[in-house]
Design a protein around this ligand. Sequence first.
Ligand SMILES: Nc1ncnc2c1ncn2[C@@H]1O[C@H](COP(=O)(O)OP(=O)(O)OP(=O)(O)O)[C@@H](O)[C@H]1O
Ligand SMILES: [Mg+2]
Length: 322
Amino acid sequence: MIDCPASERRQPAPAYAAPHGFEVSAEEHALLRATPPAPALEWATAAFGSRARIESTRAMLGGTSSAVHELLVRDQSAKLHRVVLRRHVRTEWLAQEPDLAEREARTLELLQTTALPAPRLLAIDPDGSAAGAPAVLMTRLPGEIEWNPTDVTAYLDGLVELLVSVHAAIPCADTTTIPRYTPYALEMLRPPVWANDARVWLRAIDMHLGPAPAHSRVFIHRDFHPGNVLRHNGRVTGIIDWVNASVGAREADVGHCRLNLAQRCGMTVADTFLRQYQERTGTTAYHPYWDVVAALGGLDETWDANPNPIVERFLAVAVSQL
Ligand SMILES: Nc1ncnc2c1ncn2[C@@H]1O[C@H](COP(=O)(O)OP(=O)(O)OP(=O)(O)O)[C@@H](O)[C@H]1O
Ligand SMILES: [Mg+2]
């Protein structure tokens, strides 16, 4: 989302954006949603034996940083397997971060022995030599993305409980293969041209460039928000999209989730999420720095073309707390 590494460096969502992942251009649609090419499908079926075959493929909505397809594979015993194939087909992002598939695979491997409802790793092609693009094959978890809850308190409780489990999932000693979190760098040190209040942006930029408040380091998801959480009948059934997992401050996940909630559900819901998180974890202090780095990370000239008053408001509230 907005808080972007090269793999996710995209412009802030417009103020009244379509639900996450539905906003791809025609060109992106062709790249991300077209049926995977034969080598990718052959590589995926090989994970189930030489006589396995594809029954069906379906592009999964919401995949914007990679091509994500659900595959139904029949193995040689006629058993059906519903799996997810992620292919990193955005070559400009791969040029900057060639290890995207490996990173997710390493994290999924670590998560395999935990109770977190994460996909199981089935196969990895780190450099695309077999699948045509770096690819990860994983199990398909049950459930769907939910952005429009009827019971907001229960919805946020589910998110909070899941976030607490993520942060406790992997002991620090076992995270040596996971990258350390640093906020995404600012490529531009001025407000975007559409800013209403330049002072807000300049204060936020100062805060982003300054030191982080004291924090402890744990395993974090780093793209934690409802668009990466699956639910069925209101209950959380899965957490996906592990490409950016890092070791860093719990608050980095809290801020990123708050930003996404503010954009899709409104500031009140973002604030309620924080309150419920603090009640659950018995914490009281939350530094606005984490909101700022979530909202401002990756700021560059592409933001000029995408007015986003919600982000400006989010930053204004954060810098007003200093
Ligand atoms: N293992 C899985 N099980 C079930 N559904 C999945 C799984 N992986 C992905 N999906 C579905 O595919 C969609 C896109 O997945 P994902 O969020 O990982 O893609 P992405 O390209 O990283 O997208 P973005 O960067 O926009 O978050 C999800 O919204 C979800 O509906
Ligand atoms: Mg996602």
